[in-house]
Design a protein around this ligand. Structure first.
Ligand code: T3D
Length: 264
């Protein structure tokens, strides 16, 4: 286990476990945490031993977005260039998460506010503890929903709900987020990590290339027509059919035994 200041990282059974670790600040992002999370996502891309990612938070919160202590207007006369901070920190990490052709499971263990909520929505399978809530806190401080929030909320929920969440900044309880299709599942607080970790481990033992191609297809679906998408499915299925895992899956079926996938 590697323990740095802000993101605890460990690799177990093919799962890269990432715990945002500034619990006294509800895991709000300072520069160190931005850099550590980005480095972890880069590792997830490059390290073949990583076949799934599990993201959670230490303490009672998942992530409270940007550390506002680092944005204190009383400490500087200069107005910050937040476009620059998005370019430098949030956007590269969000792109790495969406482009990662391995599953990312998120265990939202408590409040997820601002960019913290939207980072959770960028994951592939999101579990939340029953006591968790999601807050588009941006409007309370005069900002817009970032970390992909104005995109993901609109795509998943449609304009009416996306606008109400963003403009009112009211907490959305985990169970309602599940009912609205924003997350996969709400579970009891005391089993959150166990359940989400079991799913991440199961995914890490799966056909990684096929999972990556599936993620690519589903993410491309909203922006292309059926014709283009059918062509893309053909290309991805061709690639999947060339994997050792496909041969193993079919062999295992015919031999009436569980498949042992290698992620190749
Ligand atoms: O700047 C850029 O780069 C642009 C990008 C922006 C991205 C963003 O995410 S903007 C949105 C930033 N986040 C927020 O506005 C949320 C602020 N936090 C809250 O509204 C509340 O803390 C919560 C609703 C999340 C939770 O409330 P509660 O009552 O459960 O906890 P609390 O008492 O407010 O917080 C506990 C501690 O965490 C507290 O510290 P203390 O008083 O015990 O020393 C609080 O100050 C600290 N904390 C919580 N959120 C942040 C934070 N400290 C710094 N930054 C935070 N975002």
């Amino acid at each position: 286990m590697t323990k740095n200041q802000t993101v605890i990282t460990s690799l177990e059974e093919g799962v890269l476990n990432l715990t945002l670790n500034r619990p006294d600040k509800l895991n709000a992002f300072n520069e160190d945490m931005h850099i550590a999370l980005r480095a972890a996502m880069e590792r997830a891309h490059e390290d073949a031993a990583v076949r799934a990612v599990l993201l959670t938070g230490a303490g009672r919160g998942f992530c409270a977005g940007q550390d506002l202590g680092d944005r204190d207007p009383r400490k500087s006369d200069e107005k910050p260039d937040l476009g620059h901070t998005l370019d430098t920190f949030y956007n590269p990490t969000l792109r790495l998460m969406r482009q990662l052709e391995k599953p990312i499971v998120c265990a939202v263990n408590g409040v997820a506010a601002g960019a913290g909520a939207n980072i959770a929505f960028a994951c592939d399978i999101v579990f939340a503890s029953r006591s968790a809530k999601f807050i588009q806190a941006f409007s309370k401080i005069g900002l817009i929903p970032d970390a992909g929030g104005s995109w993901s909320l609109t795509r998943i929920l449609g304009e009416p709900r996306a606008k109400a969440l963003a403009l009112l900044a009211e907490p959305l309880p985990a169970e309602k987020a599940e009912a609205w299709g924003l997350i996969w599942k709400t579970v009891a607080d005391d089993v959150l990590l166990e359940e989400s970790s079991a799913v991440a481990t199961r995914l890490a033992k799966g056909p990684t290339v096929g999972f990556g191609l599936t993620k690519r297809l589903i993410q491309a679906a909203p922006t292309q027509n059926l014709d283009a998408h059918l062509d893309m499915e053909r290309d991805c299925q061709r690639e999947a059919g060339f994997t050792d895992d496909y041969a193993e899956g079919v062999t295992a079926f015919l031999e009436k035994r569980p498949a042992v996938f290698k992620g190749k």
